[in-house]
Design a protein around this ligand. Structure first.
Ligand code: ZN
Length: 323
């Protein structure tokens, strides 16, 4: 897409600035959408147009590599939408600070709310994929055929909502596994279709109920530790939509920069994890699966098995699919 080339390397910000200066010089009344994108806004500092040929995996929570971002650079990602109410608020907050994000859609939500998907496209965001039904048990507990079918149905539903009709392959070849629960077979299958798999470097833990203020403090403390990275939030969460305007202002104040990712022609800049890396999500998933098995066997043995207490949540929210 020519638009992809145009948007590369900070062009949106440059355009905002240039138009703003011209409007100022002409002493004309700037339309709100143009005048709003001045240097006081967070903006997009650069755009990565990623070539996904052969696939790749990025995100240190799950994979031993991630996008090679500079210090204090952040890629904003939102999962599980669209949802009525909260997604529009998220889009308003992003527009108010002139930033772009990537939305990993649940296909059945896209099917229900295509207008929000088209708004995401119209406002310059990337529409990526997160299965059709976001199975609560994760794709890992489906048969390989059922998992592939859910992924493909998601691609088709997302792209139909976004562009009017699905192609043979998704337009934007970015995918994220629900709960980060991938399998070697599915990873290889996606790679064979030139689809990149995104994990996350930092997450909001917004699958847990908390106040917007607490969520803001948590995200900021994590970003100060990691110095940026691929940030995962959920646009279906009211608490996230509520805190997003404050988060974006705070990121500006603290000197963070937003990197937008889109499908394109540039080789993906990847960096390896530091030595000693282990997968955080794999540990959590194993823990959950083993606790569930233990409970099932206790139940089968007639010992009650009603302990629900300390079951950790699959990161990113196994129950998040319910709109
Ligand atoms: Zn999800």
């Amino acid at each position: 897409m020519p638009a992809g080339k145009m948007l590369r390397a900070g062009a949106p910000r440059a355009i905002c600035l240039a138009v703003g200066l011209w409007m100022g010089a002409a002493a004309a009344a700037a339309p709100p959408s143009v005048g709003a994108c001045g240097p006081d806004k967070l903006g997009v500092s650069r755009t990565l147009s990623l070539n996904t040929q052969g696939g790749f995996e990025a995100g240190l929570k799950t994979y031993p590599r991630t996008l090679a971002l500079a210090d204090h650079e952040i890629v904003l990602t939102f999962d599980d939408g669209p949802a009525s109410g909260s997604t529009a608020k998220v889009l308003d907050a992003l527009a108010a600070e002139c930033v772009k994000a990537t939305f990993f859609l649940i296909g059945r939500n896209a099917q229900s709310l295509p207008r929000l998907v088209r708004r995401e496209i119209a406002e310059g965001h990337s529409v990526a994929h997160h299965t059709f039904s976001h199975p609560a048990a994760t794709l890992r507990r489906l048969s390989e055929a059922a998992a592939k079918a859910d992924i493909d149905r998601g691609f088709a539903a997302d792209d139909k909502a976004a562009y009017g009709a699905p192609g043979a392959e998704p337009r934007v070849k970015f995918f994220r596994f629900p709960g980060f629960a991938d399998t070697p077979e599915l990873d290889a299958w996606l790679a064979s279709r030139n689809i990149a798999i995104f994990g996350a470097d930092v997450w909001a833990s917004d699958w847990l109920p908390m106040s917007p203020k607490d969520e803001l403090a948590l995200i900021l403390s994590r970003l100060e530790q990691t110095k940026g990275g691929i940030l995962l939030m959920h646009d279906i969460k009211a608490q996230t939509a509520a805190m997003l305007p404050d988060l974006l202002r705070e990121l500006k104040q603290r000197g963070f920069h937003i990197v937008h990712i889109q499908q394109g022609d540039d080789p993906p800049p990847l960096r390896a994890a530091p030595s000693g890396w282990t997968s955080e999500t794999e540990k959590i998933i194993s823990q959950i699966f083993s606790q569930e098995s233990a409970q099932k066997s206790r139940g089968a043995a007639g010992k009650g098995g009603a302990e629900k207490a300390a079951i950790p949540q699959i990161p990113e929210g196994s129950g998040a699919a319910r709109p």
